[in-house]
Design a protein around this ligand. Structure first.
Ligand SMILES: [Zn+2]
Length: 96
């Protein structure tokens, strides 16, 4: 569980507890961090981007099932790249 702090219209802090592993309302991946749109939209979707930084286009927004599938594929690719990086680092291979 994490805590997000938002300000109400009087400038008072509002603390919201949330599960960082709960699925994002837009992409379906774990939210990780709260965003300006709330605790159920990940910061990437809040900025209209996939997790690799590519833009989510309007057509994809209109087809949530395709958006979620693409988001998942991008996430898998990023995980694969991250794992390859750590394996190389463990083996002391030259990284660049
Ligand atoms: Zn998202």
């Amino acid at each position: 569980m994490k805590t997000a702090i938002y300000k109400d219209i009087f400038g008072e802090n509002i603390e919201v507890k949330y599960n960082e592993y709960a699925p994002c309302r837009i992409c379906g991946l774990p939210v990780i961090h709260a965003s300006m749109s709330g605790t159920d939209v990940c910061p990437y979707c809040d900025c209209g981007r996939y997790r690799d930084g590519t833009e989510i286009n309007v057509k994809e927004l209109m087809r949530p099932e395709l958006l979620k599938k693409k988001a998942e594929e991008i996430q898998e690719e990023l995980e694969k790249q991250k794992n390859e990086f750590y394996i190389k680092e463990e083996n002391n291979e030259k990284l660049y």
